[in-house]
Ligand binder design. Structure first.
Ligand SMILES: [Zn+2]
Length: 228
């Protein structure tokens, strides 16, 4: 790679946009999920260090669902190469759609969805980032899921606690389309971005917490000077 191309590439990677929810005791939970707890076992200044432990469900906050979540012999987090958790993403905005209707092919067909795209859906939930906890969000319909499967997308993400009911999860996971849930997209303008959503390397897990980030397309960062 030529040096100027390399600098351009690093320039893109210098401005990560965090689309991960902060995990704390107030975080919204899917009904029935275990609560998040953080406990300090050692504390400064009484001890030499601060040292805490956490307890949480793997579907708490921004996380990814993989096939073992719904299929006994499905792939687990540690069966999947990292390359499956990164790629070109398209953020689409559905903030106008009424809650309860569901996202169908007629909402999706206006977008230029390419094979291998990671589709990130920004819903009304992003207008109220502090109340993602409420389970009244938008969801993907069967028809919407089938449309995206036909488009051969790589993964899907949404700013809700769940992408939809178990049938929707099964449709997508059967095709090894991994599902990111509880993304924080409230600051993100619909566009194409480079996406990284690497899960914690939890052996045998059906899902895992993720630090999800987007990187701006180069046009938007190229004005920034780089002092190397
Ligand atoms: Zn999940």
């Amino acid at each position: 790679m030529k040096e100027d191309k390399l600098i351009e590439f690093f320039l893109v990677l210098m401005f990560p946009l965090d689309i991960t929810q902060t995990i704390n005791e107030q975080i919204g939970l899917y009904p029935g999920d275990p609560p998040f707890k953080q406990e300090f076992h050692l504390k400064l200044p009484q001890n030499e260090v601060n040292l805490s432990s956490i307890s949480m469900g793997v579907h708490t906050g921004t996380h990814v669902d993989v096939p073992f979540h719904f299929f006994e012999t499905g792939k687990k987090i540690t069966d999947i190469p990292l390359s499956k958790f990164q790629g070109m993403s398209l953020v689409i905005e559905m903030v106008e759609s009424p809650v309860g209707e569901g996202i169908s092919s007629h909402h999706l067909e206006q977008y230029d969805i390419k094979p291998n795209d990671i589709i990130l859906i920004k819903t009304k939930n992003s207008l109220f980032p502090s109340i993602v906890s409420e389970h009244k969000e938008l969801f993907l319909t069967k028809n919407g899921a089938e449309f995206l499967i036909e488009k051969k997308i790589k993964a899907i993400g949404i700013d809700c606690l769940s992408i939809g009911d178990s049938n929707i999860h099964k449709l997508l996971l059967k095709k090894e389309i991994f599902i990111y849930e509880s993304l924080d997209l409230h600051k993100i303008v619909p566009n194409r971005y480079l996406f990284f959503g690497f899960p914690l390397k939890l052996e045998g897990a059906e899902g895992a917490p993720v630090r999800a980030v987007l990187f701006q397309p180069l046009e938007d960062t190229s004005k920034v000077s780089l002092n190397l």
